[in-house]
Design a protein. Structure first.
Length: 455
């Protein structure tokens, strides 16, 4: 409402300025006609000039001003069409902002009957009227704003008071049959909540002994505790698994270091074996730490995505070519078609490599691995299918959990950390997609990365 009032006041000022200009032009035409008929006014015509707030002076030279462009002057009266005009505000001592425009003058120069005249139109009266109207308008608007604020405040107060009153009455009479909570019941409920901490997140409020009207609140608290407990459990498991994964390579490095320290320095074979093993375990630790940092940035929402439009088919061709260069022990088949998505190309490539690496780890040497990209019904499907050992049905729901391995012994031999599919899942979901898994033991596994098509 305030912004509308400001706009209304600005419109009033613009209309007032236009009106003053029209009044000035009208008086200019009247003055020119008067000079043509009477000539320079004498003392007897002073009353005519005072009544119209006009001042006429003989001019030896025209006053400095501006001329109306010829293209616009055609719309002006012929009496003043060629006249030069000016606007001035004489300063009479110290003038406040409120009285600043009281002495506004509109002047023009005209030649009539061979004489040059400077005519000044005073707007003192009309400006006083316009200023009074504007002041009255502002006061009226202020009163409307105050009244509107008062009404809205009253409505809000009544609404809140009514709601709080109902809440108070319900709190006082939670149950007409059972009556309000007794001191013992309130202490029991408060005591149960007070006992819950990080080491006792499995504690729940006893719904059977909770008053009926508070059971919904108790159920909500129990649900919240359940989610917190599950999150806390997963966090504790993640820390434990990460510690275990780091402990294994550290123990191996320490063992080989002790071997070298005792007698391996003088044994070339032991020295070479130890150095190779230490380098391998250090590389595994580096990969594990990088994966943990990736997941940590993902959990904290600090991972920045460089979204761009690209062809997934061309991306998979690159992954296929790089895989053949690094590992040629498998029959890699490629089936791609043009499929465009808007995503972070680096992250999607990382997810695709994870799927390919998993297929290689769990497929015997010489097995078949198929890489495919299809565009179906607005969905882009990047699929990696292998002829490997497959995944037991009971393990499929858990393969995207962090550090989960369907077969610990074979995973340890292959060097897996159990974080690859978790990272791939995070990447795909971050781009609004999902992963599909189809597997059969001793037959193979097919994992599809599904993303929305870019339009």
């Amino acid at each position: 409402m305030f912004s509308k009032f400001i706009s209304l006041n600005l419109l009033f000022i613009i209309i007032s300025a236009s009106m003053l200009f029209l009044v000035g032009e009208k008086k200019a035409v009247e003055t020119v006609n008067y000079l043509e008929e009477v000539g320079f006014p004498g003392d007897s015509e002073r009353y005519w000039m005072l009544n119209r707030e006009i001042e006429i002076n003989l001019a030896e030279e025209p006053g400095s001003g501006f001329n109306i462009p010829k293209s616009i002057a055609l719309f002006f009266p012929k009496e003043t069409r060629t006249s030069s005009r000016w606007i001035s505000i004489p300063k009479n001592g110290s003038v406040s902002f409120y009285n600043y425009f009281d002495n506004l003058q509109y002047g023009f120069h005209s030649s009539v009957n061979g004489l040059s005249y400077n005519v000044i139109v005073h707007f003192t009266t009309i400006i006083w009227v316009l200023k009074s109207l504007l002041l009255g308008l502002i006061i009226f608007q202020f009163l409307i704003l105050v009244r509107s604020w008062s009404i809205q405040k009253s409505i809000i107060t009544r609404t809140l008071s009514r709601s709080l009153s109902k809440l108070t009455e319900q709190a006082k009479t939670l149950s007409k049959e059972k009556g309000p909570l007794s001191i013992k019941e309130m202490e029991s409920l408060a005591g149960t909540l007070d006992e819950i901490n990080a080491t006792r997140l499995d504690t729940r409020i006893d719904l059977d002994n909770t008053q009926e009207e508070l059971q919904n609140l108790a159920k909500a608290i129990n649900g919240l505790l359940e989610r917190i407990n599950e999150s806390y459990r997963l966090q504790a498991r993640f820390v434990s698994d990460a510690s275990h994964e780091l402990r294994t390579p550290i123990a191996a490095i320490q063992g080989y270091a002790n071997l070298l320290d005792r007698w391996g320095k003088d044994d070339p074979d032991a020295l070479e074996e130890s150095i190779g093993a230490i380098k391998e375990e250090a590389a595994n630790m580096k990969d594990l730490v990088e994966q943990l940092l990736f997941l940590a940035r993902g959990d904290n929402n600090t991972m920045h995505l460089e979204v761009e439009r690209f062809d997934v088919g061309a991306l998979l061709q690159t992954i296929h070519r790089e895989t053949q260069m690094i590992n040629g022990a498998y029959a890699l088949e490629l089936q791609v078609e043009e499929a465009w998505v808007k995503a972070d190309q680096g992250l999607i490539k990382q997810a695709g490599r994870i799927l390919v690496d998993n297929a290689i780890k769990y497929t015997p040497s010489g097995g078949n691995i198929t890489l495919a990209v299809k565009n179906a019904k607005g969905q882009i499907r990047l699929t990696v299918q292998d002829s490997g050992i497959g995944i037991p049905p009971d393990d499929i729901p858990h393969i995207f959990e962090r550090f989960y391995r369907a077969d610990e012994s074979r995973a340890r031999v292959s060097g897996g950390t159990g974080l690859g599919l978790s990272i791939a899942k995070w990447i795909v979901e971050r781009h609004g997609g999902y992963l599909e898994v189809l597997s059969r033991e001793d037959f193979g596994t097919r994992i599809s990365l599904v993303l929305p098509e870019a339009h």
